[in-house]
Design a binder for this molecule. Structure first.
Ligand code: SF4
Length: 217
């Protein structure tokens, strides 16, 4: 049975698709935020993690080498893990790359798939949280970047404005609430969700499974 966390814990990437409207089911984020990851069953994934890791590492290494050649001091992945404590939850994340030079900084994330507005939001969330959560970056002015296989997007720092902060703060409060968020089952979203029907009775099973249930006509 899913075990409650003592304090809600929210991973940055649980917020981004909800913020841009790519996902609508806030209940999935509420459930993950409020329950220990190790305590509930998950749908096995067909995602090829090995291929993704190789592609991701190749792009990240190229970005790191480029910035180091230009004189930046670069930190990658686990060196960048942060936890930012708020009044309702802890926000956690791990930018792929942080580069610093004097009081200037770059936060960069690598994406191996198709571009999405949620990628920019992810970097904006890092630009907000990193200087607050990691003392060594206090006072550093960050710009953001998203690296794709064929191009680079810049994420300007003026995106971290009061409207942005208000929007994600409200979402964090809803996901951290003791009141469950709204479930919004759909074929598409449930097919990418790893929460089983043990915990989510509204889960819509795959088209194939539903057809097997009804193919006696
Ligand atoms: S299985 Fe579907 S309804 Fe249930 S939490 Fe996931 S996305 Fe939401």
């Amino acid at each position: 049975m899913a075990q409650k966390r003592e304090i809600p814990y929210i991973w940055v990437t649980w917020l981004t698709k909800l913020l841009v409207g790519e996902n609508s089911c806030e209940w999935a984020g509420w459930f993950r935020s409020n329950h220990l990851n190790s305590s509930f069953d998950k749908i096995p994934t067909s995602f090829d993690a090995a291929e993704w890791q190789i592609n991701h590492t190749t792009l990240l290494n190229a970005a790191r080498e480029d910035l180091e050649d230009k004189g930046w001091t670069v930190f990658t992945e686990h060196q960048n893990t942060f936890k930012l404590r708020g009044s309702s939850a802890i926000l956690g994340g791990k930018p792929d790359l942080i580069a610093v030079s004097d009081n200037k900084g770059i936060i960069l994330d690598v994406k191996t798939g198709q571009p999405s507005p949620s990628h920019h939001l992810q970097v904006l969330l890092y630009m907000y949280a990193v200087p607050k959560a990691l003392r060594q970056y206090l006072g550093v002015a960050f710009e953001g970047r998203v690296v794709y296989p064929n191009h680079l997007d810049y994420v300007p720092s003026n995106g971290v404005d009061s409207n942005f902060v208000n929007n994600f703060s409200q979402l964090i409060k809803r996901l951290a609430s003791s009141q469950p968020a709204r479930r919004v089952p759909s074929n598409l979203e449930c097919s990418f969700c790893n929460i089983t029907n043990i915990d989510c009775p509204d889960r819509i099973e795959s088209e194939e499974e539903r057809l097997q249930d009804t193919e006696d006509f």
